[in-house]
Design a binder for this molecule. Structure first.
Ligand code: HEM
Length: 314
């Protein structure tokens, strides 16, 4: 990214303690299209108005569009790596594609900020969209996922985070943008908790208490960490930026992870999903999936903050 690159949305903002994830479909009709487009120019102002009230609350909102929503709202040119979510796996171990045209990733260090911004955004979008999934995520102790392991350790930071997530010269019309992949997972906590801590550590590939990576000589090839570590043909590691959040309703027996990953193209995230669901080599699938079921799946393009404003007039 150079100094001339448009400002990205808040993709590389620090992880917060609260988040709301909203996936919505675009309703039929040109009125709905016009309203969503107009809202693209208003979103930054809404975030400023709500966020200014608690400056230390780190409120941000990222907005992404699905492939079909992009075509319908903005047409050509279109982001090079944007396509419908690719499904992976089959019966028993499946990453399904589910409906969704618009993704909102609202983050703050206080849930009231997320809640207020989500409320204002829904008022602004009105009957132009139908919300098909809404998840409130929370920080669980020392950055743990709901299955008890620290989540996010291997995320790139600083300049590396930007390099791995923000589109550059490879797609000049869309530089400053990013791709985001989301999946909602539900965990079978009874089965998970029946495993010993050592067995769980072999599933993840890290120590549970200390979060230290298992030595390569003992880390199973079907561990989550082994299958999501990917490299280029030249042997360089390719990272993505994850901001997963636990969610759930203990009274209903629901325990979940909202997976959200950002990258410079869809390809690395799809490679990881293939390794997890199909296996590497095929059949050597991610053991975490024996305890986790993906119930949603969507791929979205996040335009730069500058382009998002311009899209209002396209
Ligand atoms: C069932 C939902 C998931 C849970 C609970 C989960 C949890 C974890 C945990 C605990 C770690 C180890 C610590 C860390 O580096 O963050 C990890 C690592 C990682 N996960 Fe996941 N994850 C999930 C789904 C996914 C998916 C769907 C992808 C990719 C599409 C993914 C990509 C990664 C990557 C890239 C790493 C770092 C690997 C490394 O460099 O060692 N995860 N995940």
């Amino acid at each position: 990214m150079t100094i001339d690159t448009p400002d990205p949305q808040a993709v590389c903002s620090p992880i917060t303690s609260s988040a709301i994830f909203i996936v919505a479909t675009l309703n039929a009709g040109t009125d709905a299209e016009a309203r969503v487009k107009g809202w693209c120019g208003d979103l930054a102002g809404l975030v400023r108005s709500v966020g200014k009230r608690v400056p230390a609350g780190n409120l941000s909102c990222i907005c992404g569009f699905s492939s079909s929503a992009w075509d319908r709202l903005f047409g050509s040119p279109r982001p090079a790596s944007l396509h419908p979510f690719r499904e992976f796996g089959g019966a028993g171990r499946h990453a399904p594609a589910t409906p969704g045209d618009l993704l909102l990733h609202i983050r703050a260090d206080q849930m009231d900020l997320c809640f207020e911004l989500a409320t204002q955004i829904m008022i602004a979008l009105g009957d132009a969209v139908t919300v098909v999934d809404e998840v409130q995520g929370f920080r669980y102790f020392d950055m743990r996922s709901i299955i008890g392991f620290v989540d996010g350790t291997e995320n790139p930071v600083g300049r590396k985070a930007v390099n791995f997530t923000i589109v550059g010269d490879e797609d000049p019309d869309f530089s400053g943008g990013s791709y985001v992949l989301v999946q909602k997972y539900l965990h079978n906590m009874n089965a998970w908790n029946e495993l010993s801590v050592e067995a769980q550590e072999r599933v993840i590939g890290r120590k549970k208490l200390s979060d230290i990576e298992l030595d390569e000589t003992v880390k199973p090839s079907n561990s989550h960490s082994a299958l999501t570590t990917i490299t280029t043909a030249q042997g360089e590691e390719v990272k993505i930026l994850r901001d997963n959040m636990p969610f759930g309703r203990p009274g209903a027996g629901e325990f979940g992870t909202f997976f959200i990953g950002y990258a410079r193209s869809a390809e690395p995230m799809e490679q990881m999903l293939e390794n997890m669901f199909v296996g590497k080599p095929p059949g050597n699938y991610d053991r975490l999936l024996d305890f986790s079921t993906a119930v949603t799946g969507g791929l979205f393009f996040v335009p730069s903050a500058d382009l998002l404003e311009e899209l209002a007039d396209r």
